[in-house]
Each structure stands twice: as structure tokens, then as C-alpha cells.
Design a binder for this molecule. Structure first.
Ligand code: X2X
Length: 336
């Protein structure tokens, strides 16, 4: 009898050990989700929406807490992907341009003048290359749950209207990452890399002359128009968002709750993209009312900028990987 009991206990212990190696689905008290932008941005609202839906639908079992303004990375927006990769942060709703220093393939969205329209963006994201980007994410220990949108990045400054590359000559333009440094150098500007959290003050004190960001997503909710006079609507680069979770954090969620989280991610990102797009037309009008001088480039004027950045495009297409770039170009062409 004692012997049988001992065997049973032993089997139970061995079973626990075997499953222990697979990270058991034991929910954490809190899942930390990082963004580097203010809660008022459309991106910030998308993150909050996701957390709120998950809390509601899992009846509080999966508790996602959103940390805005890059507080979990000491203000460093580029460290977010790295920290989700190594598990120090559970989740991120992060822009592709912030992910690019960690995973080079994500530079593809930033290629100058690649996307003429939202249709083109949507076709690229839905292409096999879009899926491949999520597979690459897995090599970095993350699982992609959905695509969102930061938006088309438009140029603002305080010196003069920018209609030709000559107008950019010598202007100090704040940028984020190396591909943007290359683009603005090619255009004759003086690009300065800076964290988003420092930009408003730098514009206010005129340490820099300008910056580039999406109108509806960032420029309006963060009141950039209060410290900038000129805007050029040139769609030179597009920035997508990725909602992703660390693999080990994901394994702590049981399959039934994982299914709910995936569905909430889908809905929250649909909400976020729709909001970003519906706010844009109103946004241009709003900025004009606030006294901004807005320049819309004609296709011929845009072509001058495009031609000047062609070498940068080719250099970065090589870095991204031509298979992904060609797949994106094919998707874009299918919408023309
Ligand atoms: O830093 C920026 O410009 C922002 C807010 O758009 C990103 O995080 C990429």
C-alpha cells in the first residue's frame, strides 16, 4: 500500500516536472504593455482600447496595464522592442520605425514615397511579405497579434513653406532612425535624431526647426501646431504599428483566453486604424483654423523629392531584403 502510494506520488512529481519545462498557463497578475506616445494620441487610444476589451471579455482574468510615454524604457522609444524580446516587458503597441533598429526588415514601411495611398498600405500588409514580417517577429521571441497605424508622416517647421528640396536647405529637422537621417541628408536638411519625448520642448525653444509625424495620429493630439507654423502634406513615409507579445508571456495565458485576446487585438486595431483615417480630413481643416500654413504637393512637386531620395530607397531596400521590398512593391502596384 505504502509502496503504491509512493509510486503515485513519484509519477505526480515527474508529471509536474515534465510540464514545468513548457511554461504552464498560469496567468500573471499584470501584463505590461508599452507605448512611447501620450494616451491622447490615436495610437495611445488603440492601446487603451485593447486593454479595456481584454479586461471586459476575460472578466478581469487577463489584466493588461498600458504604460504610455515610454516610461518602462526610461524614455527610450527604440528599446521597447528589445525589452519585449527579452521578456522585461510583456507587450508593445509599437511603431515599425521604432522596431526597425532591432529588426531591420521593419524599415520597409519607411522607404521614401513607397506608398501613395491607404489602399496601397493595406495591400502590402495583407501580402505574403506582411505575414513574413510576423514570422520574423517570432525569431525575436515575439508573437504579432495585429497591425495598427501611426500614419503617413508629414513635415512641419517654423521657418518657411517647404515646396522644393531647396527649401529644406540647412533646416534642423528632428528624426528618429538612420533611414530618416539618410532621407533628410539627401534632401539637404540637417537631420537631428531625438527621442519623441523631447521634441515638443525642442520645437518650443527652437533647438530644432521642424519634425515629421502623422497629422491625425500625433500632430493634433500632442498640439505640435502650437509650436509650428508650416506643414507640408507630402506622404513621404508611412509608419505602421505592431501589437505584439513576448512568447513566454503568451504561454502563461491558457488557450481559451489566448483566443479572446487575439479577437480583442483584431477589434482594437480595426478601431485604431479607422479612427486614424477618419480624423485626417477634419485634421487638415483644424490645423488651417489654428493658423498653420499648409502646402499640398502636386504630383510633379512630389516627384522632385522622390527622385532626390531614390539612392536612399535603393540602399535601404538592400538592407531590408529585396524579397520583402519587391513583394511590397507588387502589392502597391496592384492598387494603382
Ligand atoms: O517618434 C516619433 O516620431 C513617433 C512618435 O512617431 C514614433 O514613435 C515613431
Amino acid at each position: 500500500m505504502m509502496k503504491r502510494l509512493a509510486i503515485l506520488v513519484l509519477v505526480a512529481i515527474m508529471g509536474t516536472l515534465a510540464f514545468g519545462g513548457m511554461v504552464s498557463a498560469k496567468l500573471k497578475a499584470e501584463y505590461k504593455l508599452t507605448t512611447n506616445v501620450q494616451a491622447a494620441t490615436i495610437w495611445g487610444q488603440g492601446a487603451d482600447k485593447f486593454a479595456e476589451l481584454v479586461r471586459e471579455r476575460t472578466k478581469g482574468a487577463v489584466n493588461i496595464k498600458v504604460y504610455h510615454n515610454a516610461v518602462l524604457t526610461g524614455g527610450d522609444q527604440m528599446r521597447q522592442a528589445e525589452m519585449v524580446k527579452n521578456g522585461a516587458i510583456d507587450m508593445m503597441l509599437n511603431s515599425t520605425i521604432n522596431i526597425a533598429p532591432t529588426i531591420g526588415e521593419f524599415n520597409v514601411f519607411a522607404l521614401p514615397f513607397l506608398f501613395p495611398s491607404y489602399e496601397a498600405v493595406d495591400a502590402a500588409v495583407a501580402s505574403p511579405a506582411g505575414e513574413r514580417l510576423f514570422q520574423i517577429l517570432e525569431k525575436y521571441n515575439m508573437i504579432g497579434l495585429g497591425w495598427g497605424e501611426n500614419g503617413f508622416r508629414e513635415l512641419t517647421n517654423n521657418v518657411r513653406p517647404i515646396v522644393t528640396p531647396d527649401d529644406l536647405k540647412g533646416l534642423k529637422i528632428r528624426v528618429t532612425v538612420p533611414i530618416y537621417v539618410d532621407i533628410f541628408r539627401a534632401l539637404g536638411a540637417n537631420p537631428i535624431a531625438m527621442q519623441w519625448g523631447e521634441v515638443f520642448t525642442a520645437l518650443q525653444t527652437r533647438t530644432i526647426d521642424g519634425q515629421e509625424n502623422p497629422i491625425a495620429g500625433i500632430i493634433i493630439p500632442t498640439k505640435v501646431y502650437e509650436v509650428q507654423k508650416y506643414l507640408t502634406d507630402w506622404h513621404y513615409s508611412y509608419d505602421a504599428l505592431v501589437l505584439a507579445v513576448n512568447k513566454d508571456s503568451w504561454a502563461t495565458i491558457d488557450p481559451a483566453n489566448q483566443e479572446i485576446v487575439r479577437q480583442c487585438a483584431k477589434e482594437a486595431m480595426e478601431f485604431e486604424v479607422a479612427l486614424s483615417r477618419s480624423e485626417l480630413d477634419k485634421g487638415l481643416k483644424f490645423l488651417a483654423e489654428k493658423g498653420m500654413h499648409i502646402t499640398h504637393l502636386t504630383p510633379a512637386q512630389q516627384k522632385v523629392f522622390r527622385d532626390k531620395t531614390a539612392d536612399v530607397y535603393n540602399k535601404w531596400a538592400e538592407k531590408v531584403g529585396l524579397d520583402i521590398v519587391r513583394e511590397f512593391e507588387k502589392a502597391v502596384a496592384s492598387t494603382k
